[in-house]
Design a protein around this ligand. Structure first.
Ligand SMILES: [Zn+2]
Length: 267
């Protein structure tokens, strides 16, 4: 193999990126299924509702993997955890339907207590092997100031599960059950402060907000008064970075760079 291009870091990096199957400019090329991992029932739509709608319209299947039951998401003392979990799952189904998402897989960990352990990781690996998505999306676990442990853990667990799902000796029970190791070519991190890809959602932003509002237990009229401007501001921020009015930002990381890489911060 020739390494002529490898005279300095910049040219080496360009040559290396060329060798990857994953192309940063066309991340969804050759993708037929996306698995979107969310810690709570409203995270996929809040982060990526516009992108999801557009992917579905292009014929790409989007499947949600909901990690927790959402049973802590209330300040109302009169509603039980069980009741709230059921309400939130129904809201999630309605919201997903509006974007064209049909399938929601639930793992039912307790809201605020998503464990960061091998059992949780194994369960996500099994789902990746069952669903065989080419791309997996999850929260950016390194978002500065993110206070919710479920969000940080969902990001880490998702990245780790992608890393391990291709290893046949990891959770061999899956193989004994007839599943095969599965390689995901890239992950996309949402709720990120370092996006390297933008989707123009100007034409679907109102639909996105409508789909978010289907989570009625989370967005009462009073809460919406502050959250609508918050969500619009976030969309305008990503839009500004991406050169459109409203936008969503994703940080894509090709599988190769999810291990050992000291320079991915630059990309
Ligand atoms: Zn959340």
């Amino acid at each position: 193999m020739a390494f002529e291009g490898f005279s300095n870091f910049e040219s080496a990096l360009r040559a290396l990126m060329d060798k990857l199957d994953f192309k940063m400019e066309e991340p969804f090329k050759d993708v037929s299924k996306v698995l979107c991992i969310e810690p709570h029932p409203d995270d996929c739509v809040i982060a990526l509702g516009g992108t999801i709608k557009k992917l579905v319209d292009e014929g790409i299947e989007v499947v949600y993997l909901l990690l927790t039951d959402g049973s802590m998401g209330t300040t109302d003392d009169g509603i039980s955890r069980h009741e709230l979990a059921l309400t939130r799952l129904q809201e999630e189904r309605d919201s997903a339907k509006l974007l064209g998402v049909e399938k929601i897989i639930t793992l039912d960990f307790v809201d605020t207590e998503l464990p960061y352990d091998r059992e949780a990781r194994k369960e996500i690996v099994t789902i990746i092997r069952k669903e065989k998505p080419e791309m997996v999306l999850m929260p950016d676990p390194w978002l500065p100031y993110e206070s919710h442990p479920d969000h940080r853990r969902a990001g880490l667990l998702g990245i780790e599960a992608v890393g391990f799902s291709s290893l046949p000796n990891f959770n061999r029970t899956d193989l004994e059950a007839g599943l095969e190791p599965h390689t995901v070519s890239a992950v996309g991190l949402y709720y990120t402060h370092k996006p390297n890809y933008f989707v123009d959602i100007s034409d679907v932003v109102e639909l996105k907000l409508e789909a978010i509002k289907r989570h009625r237990s989370q967005f009462t009229d009073e809460i919406w008064e502050l959250w609508e401007p918050y969500l619009r501001t976030i969309s305008l921020y990503y839009g500004k970075l991406g050169g459109t009015k409203y936008g969503e930002g994703i940080r894509f990381v090709p599988g190769l760079f999810l291990h050992l890489c000291p320079f991915y911060d630059l990309i």
